[in-house]
Design a protein around this ligand. Structure first.
Ligand SMILES: Cc1ncc(COP(=O)(O)O)c(C=O)c1O
Length: 371
């Protein structure tokens, strides 16, 4: 697949310089057609009968395999969930932490991870990494570890700074269980999930899947309690006593996706070319370089994943709104005065130039020196 062919899958690019996969990736035509086709089938033929359920269950296993492919792990270690937030809740609930326990995280996490940590009875210790270089992050995280620490829970790539938290180095420095929030990495770069205890995927972001899709990698499913069971979690149950969890991570399946969602997710994953990670890196590097040349202060270090966070001139929320009107979709980062551009394998140099053009002050008196 050439770059032009890859890009032509996304009609939204005819209208927008769409730089927002960190929130929701662009939808490919085939993804939406698969959803529509299944919805029509459900409408006309109903949602019952053995062949229907067999077909949907086969789609589910296909989606599990495809998501396992993204994570480069066996499908039996992958649970189907609705989001990264859902996945983090499954892990935190299953660990049965107590008020004697501690979990370590950082100051640049999303509430999708932080919420489940804060809802657990464990004490949350926070490493201050926001203003540190990505290289220092693993050490700063490890400095928060005590004899009470039961879990380290950080993102692979921060949604705030766009920087990697250095999970490989972290893994090398501790044997404690690690939960990686992969919302900003899965689909943007290799996850290398197998080295970690838990790894989450958001389907709607860099994988360009339908809303409310995702995955959870669990390295050792037997060691995590099924605290939030669904009908899909059990292979047998006894009304008064107990249930037998399914083998492997499918016991943590948290959502019954509509078949259209499954077919759409499969189509989205098929739309991604082999060269996706290289091209994402190149696009992010081009974006970073152009913003740097234009004099903007860049938050994201070189060679991270697909996010580039930077300081615009003036108010970031106003800049995001102005850019949207100009056909450029980026977001401001809450609690900061930063803008965040998401560069994926589909991002063209022209998209980045449109971002640069939209950032230009409309007042002709204000030149580059005002940045
Ligand atoms: C790092 C990070 N974690 C978690 C989330 C929440 O993702 P989800 O909607 O899949 O729960 C986001 C969403 O932006 C995110 O950026």
């Amino acid at each position: 697949m050439t770059f032009e062919e890859a890009r032509a899958q996304f009609p939204v690019f005819e209208r927008f310089a769409y730089l927002n996969a960190g929130t929701n990736g662009p939808l490919a035509r085939a993804t939406v057609e698969a959803i529509v086709e299944w919805n029509r089938r459900d409408l006309e033929q109903g949602r019952g009968g053995k062949p229907y359920f067999e077909h949907v269950l086969a789609l589910r296993e296909g989606a599990r395999e495809a998501l396992a492919g993204v994570l480069e792990v066996p499908p039996q270690n992958v649970a189907l969930v609705s989001s990264t937030t859902n996945a983090c809740n499954v892990v935190l609930a299953g660990l049965d932490l107590t008020s004697e326990d501690e979990v370590v995280t950082t100051d640049i996490e999303h509430f999708g991870l932080l919420g489940p940590l804060l809802a657990s009875p464990a004490k949350v210790r926070v490493a201050q990494v926001r203003d540190a270089s990505p290289r220092e992050a693993p050490r700063l995280v490890c400095e928060q570890v005590t004899s009470r620490t039961k879990l380290i829970a950080v993102s692979h790539v921060s949604w705030v700074t766009g920087n990697s938290l250095g999970p490989d180095e972290l893994r090398g420095q501790t044997e404690l269980p690690i939960l990686l929030d992969g919302a900003q990495s899965a689909g943007a770069c290799r996850t290398e999930a197998e080295a970690f205890d838990f790894y989450t995927v958001s389907g709607q972001k860099w994988l360009c899947g339908p809303d409310s899709t995702g995955a959870l990698y669990v390295r050792d499913p037997e060691r995590l309690r099924v605290a939030l069971p669904t009908y899909m979690s059990q292979s047998a149950y006894n009304t008064e006593n107990s249930f037998t969890p399914k083998p492997g991570a499918p016991r943590f399946d948290s959502v019954w996706y509509a078949p259209g969602t499954l077919a759409g997710l499969l189509a989205a994953l098929e739309a991604a070319p082999e060269w996706r990670h290289e091209r994402t890196r190149e696009a992010a590097s081009y974006c970073r370089g152009r913003l740097d040349e234009a004099g903007y202060e860049i938050v994201t270090a070189p060679d991270q994943a697909g996010l580039i966070t930077f300081s615009p001139e003036g108010d970031a929320a106003e800049a995001a709104a102005r850019l949207f009107k100009a056909g450029v979709v980026v977001r401001d980062v809450p609690g900061t005065n930063w803008l965040r551009a998401s560069c994926g394998w589909w991002t063209s140099e022209d998209d980045i130039e449109r971002l640069l053009g939209g950032l230009e002050p409309s007042d002709p008196v204000a030149g580059p020196g005002f940045r």
